[in-house]
Ligand binder design. Sequence first.
Ligand code: COA
Length: 186
Amino acid sequence: MNTRLSIDSANASKHFYLEPLAPEKAIGNFNCSVGEYNEYLVEDAPRSQKDHIAKTWFLRELRTDLPAAYISLIADAIKLSFTEKELHDLNYPFKTIPAMKIAKLAVDNAFAGKYKGLGSLMIQTAERLAWGCNNDYCACRFLTVDADIEHNEGVRTFYEKNGFLLNSELYNKNRKTLSMRKDLYR
Ligand SMILES: CC(C)(COP(=O)(O)OP(=O)(O)OC[C@H]1O[C@@H](n2cnc3c(N)ncnc32)[C@H](O)[C@@H]1OP(=O)(O)O)[C@@H](O)C(=O)NCCC(=O)NCCS
């Protein structure tokens, strides 16, 4: 029997709060299924944030104050084919359209065993931050991600369930990732 509690934007604040990475604050033994994503938190995430290369947000459980999930976000620009531009009704001559990219996203295994929907909640969090950026600072039409199929074969399904589409410029050179996008306004 699956007894995981479903978390969504309606009940998230009863159990979790969001805050940016603060080097002085403990991250506990964050452990998702991809070792590289755990190691990233130790040195690369604080360094990237200090150098304004990637901003990391933690979702912390209210009861334990431990990070249940994290997401690192960066500015991006996405190339769309003619057909893709038509699909999004973006009839502009520019080669690229502004976007916000999910550079890293992970959910801790122990919390994934307790709660369902944390990965999706982190995507909704990124959407909210991108909408805020549009409202107050600068334009950004898409959320983008290079979905890591090397470490997580099913991750394409996860992003599709969260409204992402495959880009026509699909793969990186090593074909370890799938380039995907989500329109923030359609
Ligand atoms: C990928 C990851 C963030 C998903 O987080 P999560 O909390 O399990 O996701 P959710 O509970 O929000 O899942 C949403 C839906 O996607 C599905 N899904 C999640 N991961 C999936 C996978 N690997 N394969 C197929 N479907 C998947 C869920 O079953 C769920 O479907 P449902 O709504 O029909 O029940 C998490 O598994 C993780 O941290 N993985 C390791 C790091 C990683 O691969 N990060 C992504 C790199 S781009």
